[in-house]
Design a protein around this ligand. Structure first.
Ligand code: SF4
Length: 142
């Protein structure tokens, strides 16, 4: 059993109530090979919600208390993003997941890319960084 971003499985959990459907991921969930999670919802954020970006760093910098996650309205939602990531980690440990396939470019789930000032840059999201630190293999979908 692996962890996957819920939006990849077709859940409308993105900030604008849409999904990022990926047929292979959805089939893994249907076949009980993957468990869908949305760290932003699990951290207590609503859907829809304002989009957000990591300012001055990436997910590792957030975990090192050197960067913050800020919405387009300027609100600091770092604590909720970290809480949601911790909940995902808790679930991953509970089901013994050693791998996670996460949605690229998200401030929570991004594996190699995130947005900064509206541009795509190299970096990890907060949840991806946290899972990786705990030895879980984190990859984007194929
Ligand atoms: S936090 Fe992750 S699972 Fe949730 S909508 Fe964003 S990319 Fe998808």
């Amino acid at each position: 059993m692996i962890i996957v971003s819920a939006c990849l499985a077709g859940f409308n959990c993105r900030y604008d109530c849409t999904n990022s459907y990926n047929k292979l991921i959805a089939e893994m969930v249907i076949n009980k090979k993957a468990f869908p999670v949305c760290p932003e919802q699990m951290g207590g954020l609503p859907t829809p919600r304002p989009s957000c970006e990591i300012k001055n760093g990436d997910g590792n910098d957030v975990l090192n208390d050197k960067a913050k996650v800020i919405t387009i309205y300027g609100d600091d939602i770092t604590a909720k993003i970290i809480k949601g990531s911790e909940e995902v980690l808790k679930l991953a440990k509970m089901i013994g997941a050693k791998e996670a396939v996460l949605k690229e470019k998200s401030p929570s789930c991004g594996v190699t890319k995130i947005y900064r000032n509206g541009e795509i840059v190299s970096g990890m999201g907060v949840c991806a960084a946290m899972l990786k630190r705990e030895g879980i293999d984190v990859t984007p979908p194929e």
